[in-house]
Design a protein around this ligand. Structure first.
Ligand code: 5GP
Length: 191
């Protein structure tokens, strides 16, 4: 997605060799016109599926998923909650996730009343790095026996393992831009 690449070149901040900051337009301040284009692009990619739910994880996926949902007939968006507590109450799906990015462990939780075997799910997230967050969501979708059509990712960092890990789980991953390197303070794209 050329528009997104241009925006990353213009406003993305390379923090170090591993982390790209996009808080000008995606992760803190949000450029709604750009995110609308992102939503349209996800729709174009996944147009052949009758998606019934979009699932993301708090916090930075929520806004993107909500805007994208408008291009999927306003299907409900469910955001999985992250919790450090192990006191999980109620009828919920939950998995334990280890985040390499943030060097912490947390639970990903989603209420059973919002997801079941009749659902067809698209996962959406802002970044794919090591794939921990996404693999947690996939586990939940599989446990619910819902149909998973794939994952729409805004920015995949292909120099980290997540893309390989998730594709090895037999999940279709579609990333709008792929970053192959952040070395020398420069963002290099895959294609
Ligand atoms: P994971 O390692 O599980 O694939 O990444 C988990 C989360 O960390 C992503 O959903 C994203 O919110 C955040 N993250 C990972 N890498 C980056 C990055 O380079 N920049 C920013 N802003 N967030 C990132």
């Amino acid at each position: 997605m050329e528009l997104l690449k241009e925006r990353i070149r213009q406003d993305g901040l390379v923090i170090d060799e591993h982390v790209l900051k996009v808080d000008q337009f995606l992760n803190h301040q949000m450029d709604i016109a750009l995110i609308n284009e992102i939503g349209k692009e996800f729709r174009r990619i996944f147009k052949d599926h009758d998606i019934t739910k979009i699932i993301t994880i708090e916090a930075s996926g929520i806004g993107i998923a909500c805007i994208a949902a408008q291009y999927f007939n306003n299907v409900p968006v469910i955001f999985a909650k992250k919790s450090k507590s192990i006191n999980i109450e109620g009828d919920v799906y939950w998995v334990d996730v280890k985040s390499y990015t943030h060097k912490q462990e947390y639970n990903v939780i989603l209420s059973k009343k919002f997801l079941n075997e009749n659902d067809t799910v698209l996962l959406i997230d802002d970044f794919l790095a090591n794939g921990c967050a996404l693999s947690g969501l996939i586990e939940i979708v599989r446990e619910a026996k819902a149909k998973l059509v794939g994952a729409g990712i805004v920015i995949e960092k292909t120099f980290q393992e997540g893309g390989k890990t998730i594709r090895n789980m037999d999940v279709r991953v579609e990333s709008l831009v792929k970053v192959k390197s952040l070395k020398g303070n420069v963002v290099e794209f895959d294609d």
